[in-house]
Design a binder for this molecule. Structure first.
Ligand SMILES: Nc1ncnc2c1ncn2[C@@H]1O[C@H](COP(=O)(O)OP(=O)(O)OP(=O)(O)O)[C@@H](O)[C@H]1O
Length: 677
């Protein structure tokens, strides 16, 4: 390993190239160091041979091994690009020190990379290398003439021409057995012709299976990729929001913190009610898992012991369904300076109620157009024992944009399947209205307050059958409200107008279903509803499966991200390790030096004024090319700008793999490593 001890030499000097022929070893012999007689010739290390070995080179040349038997030459690929030489192992420190790179200008650098094969240059210690040697040390041989006129079209032309020649030559008189044999011989001997595709450095695996919907298509449940990402970004932004100051909210509440009201609160705002109780909905972070939840707080009620409704909570907890916001827990608290019951639900960021999305605007329009105004009561709010019809308010039937029929059917199917789940479990929704159904995604809805009324009324005996019938009636009213754009559409003097509107805009099927649901018939069941809309349920299932396929495609494209994280982790492990500060291979003359310079090239770029350049796309491009190990070359400049290296991403990748492999070996060998596993 004596050749590593060269710390005094700079890896590659930036120097003007010799204008005359390089000195012969004889001429330069006088400039060599005194210890050079003992040292192995660098040409042997770098190129495998020294052409001055028998012509006066003064360095040590180890005896050469017998030549392996000559191999058949590789098949010619015609006009296609020659394969890059395979770089085996890592780039050695000697290779790092070998070539002198002489940039004149940016364009000269690029040209120099290509033509370096034919430009002899002096190495730091006076020995020489030529183009052939350069390819031996791992640099890709670059056939300039082969590339100059290269285009995909010209290559395609060549391939097409070849195919035409073949067909006229062999297929034209195929009946001739001799010709067929000749054709077989031709095929056997013909070298494979490859069409070169430009490498897509970003994606290594196909993003979509052919049968899957492409990510630009807007499917029923999943929007196009760009919109989906935007939605997800907005959701994550929402989760990080905090409450405005001065709301006087408790800092901590039974393990929840960072409370944010999800509806207007404070003086001047209308107090919301749930049944007969004032109710406020908050988002809060649970300390134990760091996740956001919804806290539905019912104010000022003296509640019984939590143990009394604990079995009920266990039963509600099992009501897991994609159409129901899942209930997590319930507790009583005095943190708001009163007796409050808090029911905790899963949080769906940026969810909006059906009422806020479709009905609020129409309500405001109708309120302003009437002289008397409404009482403030609306169908959208659950008010047990109150009538939802407000005679003073104009129902504004059919005003506002109509919800598409496909969307209405989707909502009907989702709500119907959720009701089925609840009824099957022996419960009732007890408050299905437009303000208690939230939209959580494209055409995705969930029933939001399922179970709160059960907890509030757990000590009052109820007829579950009656409550389930009431669920179906409320379901019918909800369909009327959504189709007509008015909370009062299913009652009062405007009822006939609503029915006509339903028939005209949405057709007989929805009209019949909505009328049957609000009818006084006592033996209705959700199974009857599902039977009558079976074909709609099947359509919905198809859409749901399509959504799964679409999301799988999205996930596939994200899969590659892990590769970059792995690469950066390896770079982090390797770079700046203090324990290797004095190791030659990790020093400025070792091959690990390339990794250090590469890190600078990727992350520490500066502009012409010396200001940091924070260009994420540069980083991603470099890392993707590194991960692919491309033949593309890059110039790494030392921090003192006195030397530079031209290496390919493939070589940098090999250096990183080697360095990481060494670290891994050391980690396995160390007993401490086992201790921490
Ligand atoms: N699980 C949830 N995830 C996210 N947001 C929710 C969730 N449940 C409710 N919300 C939001 O909280 C807000 C208040 O909900 P609430 O159920 O009280 O509706 P509301 O329109 O205020 O009805 P009401 O007038 O009857 O109080 C709504 O904007 C709703 O979108």
């Amino acid at each position: 390993m004596s050749y590593f001890v060269r710390a005094q030499s700079t890896p590659v000097k930036i120097a003007r190239p010799p204008t005359t022929e390089p000195e012969s070893p004889k001429q330069s012999a006088g400039q060599t160091r005194k210890d050079s007689v003992q040292r192995q010739c660098r040409n042997i290390v770098i190129y495998g041979h020294c052409k001055y070995q028998d012509k006066g080179c003064i360095y040590y040349h180890p005896p050469t091994e017998p030549e392996p038997p000559a191999q058949a030459p590789p098949p010619s690929t015609g006009g296609t690009r020659p394969e890059s030489p395979v770089v085996t192992g890592t780039l050695s420190a000697q290779a790092v020190n070998a070539p002198v790179f002489v940039p004149k200008s940016a364009s000269a650098i690029a040209a120099g990379i290509a033509s370096a094969a034919s430009t002899p240059a002096a190495t730091t210690d006076g020995s020489t290398y030529d183009g052939a040697s350069q390819s031996e040390m791992g640099y890709q041989e670059y056939d300039q003439s082969g590339y100059e006129n290269y285009t995909e079209d010209s290559q395609m032309e060549g391939v097409t021409q070849k195919m035409e020649d073949l067909s006229t030559q062999y297929y034209g008189d195929y009946s001739d057995a001799a010709a067929a044999a000749a054709a077989a011989a031709y095929y056997a001997a013909a070298p494979p012709v490859f069409l070169r595709q430009p490498l897509n450095y970003h994606l290594y695996t196909p993003t979509a299976y052919p049968d899957f919907q492409p990510s630009t298509v807007n499917t029923h449940f999943v929007p196009p990729s760009a919109d989906l990402r935007q939605t997800l970004q907005e959701r994550s932004e929402t989760i990080r929001g905090i409450a405005p100051p001065g709301l006087n909210l408790p800092e901590e509440l039974q393990g929840y913190h960072t409370l944010v009201p999800l509806e207007p609160t404070g003086p001047g705002t209308e107090r919301r009610k749930f049944g007969n109780w004032y109710c406020t909905v908050y988002r809060a972070i649970k300390a134990s898992d760091g996740l956001p939840y919804v806290l539905r707080r019912i104010e000022s009620k003296s509640f019984s012991e939590p143990q009394r409704y604990a079995p009920l909570l266990t039963s509600l907890d099992r009501l897991s369904h994609p159409g129901i916001v899942s209930l997590k827990e319930a507790f009583t608290t005095r943190s708001f300076d009163d007796n409050s019951l808090v029911v905790v639900y899963a949080y769906h960021p940026n969810a909006k109620t059906l009422y806020d999305t479709y009905l609020k605007q129409n309500k405001q329009t109708s309120s302003t157009s009437t002289t008397t105004g409404s009482t403030g009561s609306r169908f959208g709010r659950y008010q047990s024992g109150t009538t939802h019809y407000t005679p003073q308010a104009s129902p504004a039937i059919g005003q506002g944009p109509a919800i598409p029929e496909r969307t209405i059917w989707s909502y009907i199917v989702q709500i119907a399947t959720a009701i089925k789940r609840v009824h099957e479990a022996g419960h009732a929704l007890r408050g299905l209205d437009a303000s208690k159904v939230i939209i959580t995604g494209q055409n995705r809805i969930r029933i939001s307050a399922c179970g709160t009324m059960d907890v509030l009324m757990h000590d009052v005996p109820q007829d579950i059958h009656l409550m389930q019938q009431e669920d179906l009636t409320q379901f019918g009213r909800l369909i009327f409200a959504l189709c007509c754009g008015s909370t009062n559409a299913s009652s009062g003097p405007h009822f006939q107008k609503s029915v006509d509107h339903l028939l005209r805009v949405y057709g007989q099927e929805i009209k019949s279903l909505a009328l049957w649901l609000i009818s006084k018939q006592t033996m209705k069941s959700i199974d009857q509803v599902l039977d009558s809309i079976r074909h709609r349920v099947l359509l919905e299932q198809e859409e749901a499966l399509l959504a799964v396929d679409r999301l799988e495609v999205e996930l596939q494209s994200e899969l590659e991200n892990a590769r970059l994280v792995r690469l950066m982790t390896k770079l982090g492990f390797i770079n700046e390790r203090p324990e290797f500060a004095r190791e030659p291979r990790w020093s400025e003359t070792g091959d690990r030096y390339i990794i250090k310079l590469f890190r600078d090239y990727v992350f520490h770029q500066v502009d012409e004024h010396g200001n940091p350049v924070l260009d994420m796309s540069h980083v991603l491009t470099c890392l993707n090319k590194l991960d692919a190990g491309t033949d593309e070359k890059l110039m790494l400049v030392a921090r003192d700008e006195q030397s530079c290296l031209v290496v390919s991403y493939k070589e940098v990748k090999n250096c990183i793999e080697g360095a990481f492999g060494d670290l891994a070996k050391a980690a396995i060998a160390s007993p401490a490593a086992y201790k921490h596993r």
